[in-house]
Write a new protein. Structure first.
Ligand SMILES: Nc1ncnc2c1ncn2[C@@H]1O[C@H](COP(=O)(O)OP(=O)(O)O)[C@@H](O)[C@H]1O
Ligand SMILES: O=P(O)(O)OC[C@H]1O[C@](O)(COP(=O)(O)O)[C@@H](O)[C@@H]1O
Ligand SMILES: [Mg+2]
Length: 476
């Protein structure tokens, strides 16, 4: 089903600067608001039975007035506007359904069979999300048949699922990785949906990145084509933070924190050498958020190179000229490079150009190894008689194989609960994720298509430039 925009029944007024409030201040009213609808089981099945939310009977919950959300609870996509001049507003003015518990639910939770799967690369917090799905489904909604699908998408049709319960997952939030295991590739739509049907799963929680969400959209479409009463929820995971619409992925902040340690070490090594360069390669296939945030947080970085930014080595305004200056001034320099940066500058064979991982993602050459070698060649050529040291640190898997930090663990808990509340309330084909700090339901297909590159024209990148004073690499 194409998810449609629907004008919400919201109290809105006209855009005007004429109206004034009692203090004489101009009132600017926004219109119209468009609710980005999320598919709901009632769109496909008529006469579905509803049940009162079991939270009403939960002795540990006191469902006060306003506890349950209704259709009119929404989250704004955009919260920053420039109201100067023409009052031009984005069209449509998008809002999303706010995530949280609903009064009526669409599942007899005593008969509900749940599948949880993790796909793609690791990210801190995966185990916390799994744990909170299990505990939330068990404690809040009384679900007892909760299964972990192992080894990613291929696990649906090639392995026996594991029965999960709160006791089993009790301390999973303290462990890095995913206790369910993960993999790339192995996406066989028919086999996956056959397995969902055969095993009688009626709630499927899919945790993964952009590739996983594209797969989840196909699974959701196929479930609808087969007219199965099965709900699908996606929970976005991306250590690179390359998934759009949501504020950021869980695990991202933990990864940035870990990246600091590598940058600190590079700084110490560089400081302790004559003409020392500390070179750190950080994850970031197509988006340089980790490198950017680690640079901003660290302050020890002299230059940050990301996939979204073209750079060059030689000549006026190039990297070597800049580093030469920094070495002259400070005696050392720290260089942070995201793995996807400068890939088009690294020589490669035709076979290497074609190389893809099992999921179809291009395989990159190691920009850190290449950069180290180019730096050494440059120095030997231009300063043959001067000492020079490059210490290359590649903390790749160390930044994502750790347990989530406290803010990320909290995020994982809230996003898992938002997903559960959404699914039991009948929503399907959706992603639960934070938008402007609030949890929202977003159509799966939207998230699958939305990437999240670093905007090198916005303020955040300007901050990087002001912290590092690095060149903008624009050839004059
Ligand atoms: N376009 C797609 N259609 C269906 N499945 C996909 C698609 N892209 C990726 N996948 C599957 O999603 C899973 C994870 O994808 P991958 O790109 O490795 O990681 P991530 O989801 O973290 O981006 C893999 O099993 C892969 O086969
Ligand atoms: O070696 P692996 O496991 O394929 O992972 C490497 C890739 O995983 C990532 O950390 C995250 O990628 P995904 O979000 O696609 O899983 C990339 O930064 C990196 O290129
Ligand atoms: Mg990906």
């Amino acid at each position: 089903m194409a998810v449609s925009f629907k004008e919400a029944n919201m109290p809105t007024a006209t855009t005007t600067s004429d109206a004034e409030d009692r203090n004489g201040t101009n009132i600017v009213s926004f219109q119209p608001i468009h609710l980005r609808e999320v598919p709901h089981l009632t769109h496909y099945f008529s006469n579905l039975q509803t049940y009162p939310n079991p939270l009403d009977r939960n002795p540990f919950f006191h469902t006060v007035e306003g506890f349950y959300l209704t259709q009119s609870d929404i989250v704004l996509r955009q919260i920053v506007y420039d109201l100067s001049g023409t009052f031009s507003l984005p069209s449509p003015h998008l809002v999303y359904i706010r995530g949280g518990p609903r009064k009526d639910i669409y599942f007899d939770t005593s008969k509900t069979r749940v599948a949880i799967v993790t796909c793609g690369g690791l990210c801190p917090g995966l185990n916390t999300v799994i744990r909170e799905l299990v505990v939330g489904l068990w404690d809040l909604y009384g679900v007892r048949q909760i299964f972990g699908v192992t080894a990613g998408y291929r696990g649906f049709y090639s392995m026996e699922p594991i029965l999960l319960n709160p006791k089993l997952v009790e301390d999973w939030h303290k462990r890095g990785g995913t206790a369910l295991e993960t993999s790339r590739g192995g996406f066989d739509l028919d086999k996956i949906v056959d397995a969902i049907q055969k095993r009688g799963f009626n709630q499927v929680y899919i945790i993964g990145g952009d590739g996983t969400m594209r797969g989840a959209t196909k699974i959701f479409d196929e479930i609808r084509r087969r007219k199965l009463n099965v709900s699908v929820a996606g929970i976005p995971k991306t250590v690179d933070n390359d998934v759009g619409i949501i504020d950021r992925s869980f695990g991202f902040q933990t990864a940035v924190e870990m990246a600091q340690q590598a940058i600190n070490a590079a700084h110490v090594e560089a400081q302790s050498a004559v003409n020392g360069i500390g070179l750190v390669k950080l994850m970031g296939r197509s988006a340089g958020h980790i490198a950017l945030h680690a640079t901003l947080s660290s302050r020890d970085v002299d230059c940050c190179l990301i996939p979204e930014l073209e750079f060059y080595l030689e000549g006026k305004g190039g990297l070597f000229e800049f580093l030469e200056q920094r070495l002259k001034e400070n005696g050392h320099a720290v260089l942070v490079v995201a793995e996807g940066a400068g890939q088009d500058m690294i020589p490669r064979t035709d076979a290497q150009k074609e190389e893809k991982d099992e999921s179809g993602n291009p395989v990159f050459l190691d920009v850190g190894v290449w950069m180290k070698s180019e730096l050494k060649k440059w120095w030997a050529r231009d300063h043959p008689n001067e000492l020079f040291t490059v210490k290359y640190i590649d903390p790749t898997y160390m930044i994502r194989a750790v347990p989530a930090n406290a803010p990320d663990n909290l995020y994982c808990t809230l996003v898992a609960h938002a997903a559960i509340h959404g699914i039991v309330a009948g929503y399907t084909g959706f992603v639960a994720g934070p938008i402007n700090g609030n949890y929202a339901y977003i159509p799966l297909a939207d998230v699958a298509q939305a990437n999240n590159p670093v905007n090198t024209k916005d303020h955040k990148w300007s901050w990087v430039r002001s912290v590092t004073n690095q060149p903008d690499f624009i050839r004059s």
